[in-house]
Design a protein around this ligand. Structure first.
Ligand SMILES: [Zn+2]
Length: 165
């Protein structure tokens, strides 16, 4: 079943290494590291970002500090969502199924991911067969049968680690 994703590091507006504060509009690297409790988000200024952090990351991307006048973005760029989705689907870890499924729902709503059909495995799991609109590869997503509250909780967790809210 889905993990509790509350344990993620919240944005604190500074580099996780040199601890220098980020400035408005500054570009930085955001990365997710996998821990026992789930994913943790770290942010690094371009000067500190190096191959070591890249290798330690489950997923990483370039982000930018929003200006004070800018409306807070509701969610991150589609490319980041797609990359994270692909990376997650490479994992066999059952604890990620909730995450993958909710991310799939978000991508479907954005018409980036297409639902093709459903099959049932021998051990009774419901698998959704899906395809990204720009690719031919099929993705097989387990339907973890989450209730509305669980979906909402995971959606919030996704917002936390991806957008740093
Ligand atoms: Zn730094």
């Amino acid at each position: 079943m889905a993990k509790d994703w509350d344990s993620v590091v919240k944005r604190n507006g500074q580099c996780s290494k040199c601890e220098k504060s980020f400035e408005e509009h500054q570009e930085y690297y955001a990365c997710l590291k996998e821990t026992q409790e789930g994913f943790e988000r770290y942010e690094y200024c371009p000067d500190c970002w190096d191959d070591k952090f890249r290798e330690e990351s489950f997923s990483f991307w370039k982000a930018r500090v929003p200006g004070r006048e800018e409306k807070k973005k509701l969610l991150v760029d589609n490319e980041i969502l797609i990359e994270f989705f692909k990376r997650l689907t490479e994992s066999d870890d059952e604890s990620k199924q909730g995450f993958i499924f909710v991310l799939a729902l978000i991508l479907m709503r954005k018409r980036i991911l297409k639902y093709l059909n459903t099959k049932t495995t021998d051990d009774g799991k419901e698998i959704w067969i899906m395809k990204l609109s720009k690719e031919d590869k099929e993705y097989h997503i387990v339907n973890p049968h989450l209730d509305d509250q669980q979906i909402e909780q995971i959606r919030e967790g996704l917002g936390n680690i991806l957008a740093g809210d």
